[in-house]
Write a protein that binds this ligand. Structure first.
Ligand SMILES: *Cc1c(COP(=O)(O)O)cnc(C)c1O
Length: 373
């Protein structure tokens, strides 16, 4: 089946009791035993399993072309489940511009428990040199945040698997509509479903999706069930509902982002634009090869200093100045200020989550904002 069809049907079960077309929300935290003391439907207790969560996990697994998925209450909880599933002392290789929330999680909560190196994973030689006897995981995030760097999933998988190292790919920026890391050999895909899957900036969630149900996956299921960082039935329902339109929303995001990137690239007050779909992107060829389409995120450098950049962002009217991404409304963010004093992000960088408004309105708003400097 095709993606559009999966998105609509794989997360829904017509209710046998009432014949309700849309699967009901099951809020019950506990389920009744039968006379033998068994649970004939497989549901025992809400933390372990819930019908809305099962439906959500099914559609997420199918969209990524995986075989199973585990849903969490946030993207960070999904990432944490991976780190908690590793043996103490495992060495992780992660990108130098890894999502700052997960990078901080490693540095703060896993210091002394796991080892890690944050490096430029677009440099495959450097990745090889960083592998140690205890390296157990290569964490990939591509396109990266906020520089939109593209790293080579297939080559990283090859290097990792030659050394018996697992690969997890944070696919939040791309979504399975734009990139399928499991088909390129990754062992797990991770998402913040808060972003494009939710798509309306009104819930938080995360997921891990696997290509095989091995011992490691069993361990991750244990972290999910025993740790209990699970999404509520309501959140599972809203997410499943949003996912039905994901393929169509992504088309709109990609269309608008590409046109906005081209507009910005030709603008006199813009130093450069980072969007994998532009020929000027340093890894454009690789992006063409490994991505199905180029996503809805872009960053650009204002021709000016930190103050000019602040002037531009304060002059936008239609874009909302806020963190996060993937919603129907366009957001813009002065990233260096969000990431704090130790960030390497350029001070004149603005990151844009291109929404689904009309492209002419988006261009007009940024055009007006850039005219103030
Ligand atoms: C937002 C985000 C996360 C973390 O997800 P939360 O839902 O905020 O916990 C991880 N990776 C990327 C790329 C993100 O954008």
């Amino acid at each position: 089946m095709h993606t559009e069809t999966i998105a609509i049907h794989a997360g829904n079960h017509t209710d046998e009791g009432t014949r309700a077309v849309i699967q009901p929300i099951v809020l019950s935290s506990t389920f009744e035993r039968d006379a033998n003391g068994e649970y004939p439907k497989g549901y025992i207790y809400g933390r372990a399993k819930n019908p809305n969560r099962s439906a959500l996990e099914n559609v997420l697994a199918k969209l990524e072309q995986g075989i199973d998925a585990a849903a969490f209450s946030s993207g960070n909880a999904a990432g944490m489940a991976v780190f908690q599933s590793l043996k103490t002392g495992t060495h992780i290789i992660a990108p130098d511009d890894m999502y700052h929330g997960l990078r901080n999680q490693l540095k703060t909560l896993f210091a002394g428990i796991l080892e890690f190196d944050f490096i430029d994973e677009t440099n495959l030689e450097l990745v090889k040199q960083t592998i140690k006897h205890n390296t157990g995981l290569i964490w990939i995030e591509t396109p990266s945040n906020p520089l939109l760097k593209v790293s080579d999933i297939g080559s990283l998988v090859q290097i990792a698997h030659e050394h018996n190292i697992k690969v997890v790919c944070d696919n939040t920026f791309a979504t399975p509509i734009c990139q399928l890391p499991l088909t390129l050999g990754a062992d797990l895909v991770m998402h913040s479903t808060t972003k494009y899957f939710g798509g309306h900036s009104d819930l938080t969630g995360g997921v891990l999706i696997t290509s095989k149900t091995d011992e490691w996956w069993e361990r991750i299921r244990q972290v999910q069930e025993m740790g209990g960082a699970i999404p509520s039935p309501m959140d599972c329902y809203w997410l499943t509902r949003s996912i039905k339109t994901l393929p169509y929303r992504m088309r709109g995001h990609v269309h608008n982002a590409h046109l906005l990137a081209q507009f910005l690239e030709s603008h006199a007050k813009v130093e450069s634009v980072m969007y994998p779909g532009l020929e000027s992107h340093p890894q454009h060829e690789l992006a063409q090869k490994q991505m199905l389409s180029f996503g809805g995120m872009l960053s650009f450098l204002v021709k000016g200093d930190v103050n000019d950049t602040a002037k531009v962002i304060n002059a936008v009217k239609l874009f909302t100045q806020a963190t996060s991404l993937g919603g129907v409304e366009s957001l813009i963010e002065h990233r260096a200020l969000v990431e704090g004093p130790d960030t390497k992000t350029p001070k004149n960088l603005l990151r844009v989550s291109v929404g689904l408004e009309h492209i002419d309105d988006l261009i007009e708003d940024l055009s007006n904002a850039l005219s103030v400097i």
